[in-house]
Design a protein around this ligand. Structure first.
Ligand code: PEP
Length: 252
């Protein structure tokens, strides 16, 4: 069964409410039809404003993070239960910026995945190696450890609705993207590991996105790789017309 592509806009800590509303209107007008599943990840503060504002049916919404615990005295955190309670569908878990700047470990990310699936959110689990690991040729071992220590704690039923995003850290926000060959090699490796752990049905169904300096001029060749099921887009998602071009590339 062919996997439907998914293209996600990770806005990070960018855009005001006004700019985000304008983006939504522009993208909705330009997209016109569903070329792929399209998910927008705004800052927490205005996800629900945008959901209320949005009258179309082409876009889905998600949060960029959630807490690793259910509830409690964690000032400034937002729980999976709270996200689910306002109707948010998706959540990014384990983004490399969370790992680097907020010290998120594979263990914390394991807990986040558990609590997210418990509340029926759809996690986008990020993995990927830093440059020094790629330079040593140890990227597969590194990513496998991320999978084993975080993702593989999920049961077959729990992992079924997870999307994986392979995001080599050296490609995020640097303007240097992985080549289609590098992306395909890692995506096929990840799918093979999923197959070993969960079997062919789940590995054939799970979507693996590429993230890392994906732009209108390189999206089509990356998305054409057999194991690449779309993209998690950072910088190039901030401009509505660039993002729409990337979504269209997923439909080629
Ligand atoms: C990201 O942050 O997930 C990302 C892929 O960023 P960029 O597209 O800017 O490299």
């Amino acid at each position: 069964m062919a996997r439907k592509k998914l293209v996600a806009a990770n806005w990070k800590m960018n855009l005001t409410l006004e700019q985000a509303a304008e983006w939504l209107a522009d993208v909705d007008e330009m997209l016109q039809e569903r070329h792929a599943d399209v998910v927008v990840f705004p800052s927490y503060v205005f996800i629900t404003d945008l959901m209320d504002m949005y009258e179309g049916d082409l876009l889905l919404f998600g949060a960029q993070n959630c807490s690793h615990v259910e509830s409690g005295a964690l000032t400034g955190e937002v729980s999976a239960m709270q996200l689910a309670s306002v109707g948010i569908d998706y959540v990014i878990i384990g983004h490399s910026e969370r790992r680097t700047y907020f010290g998120e470990t594979n263990e914390i990310i394991r807990q986040k995945l558990k609590v997210a699936v418990k509340h029926e959110l759809l996690p986008v689990f990020c993995c990927g190696e830093p440059l020094e690991i790629r330079n040593q040729g140890k990227q597969q071992e590194y990513v496998l450890q991320q999978l084993r220590e975080s993702l593989f704690d999920l049961s077959p039923a729990e992992i079924a609705d997870v999307t994986i995003a392979y995001e080599p850290v050296w490609a995020i926000g640097t303007g240097i993207n992985a080549t289609p060959g590098q992306a395909q090699e890692m995506h096929s490796f990840i799918r093979g590991q999923i197959e070993e752990r969960y079997g062919k049905q789940i590995s054939g169904h799970i979507r693996i996105l590429y993230g890392g300096s994906c732009k209108p001029d390189n999206a089509a060749e990356i998305f054409a790789c057999p194991d690449v099921d779309g993209g998690l887009i950072g910088g190039a998602s901030l401009k509505a017309d660039d993002f729409v071009k990337i979504v269209m590339a997923a439909a080629l």
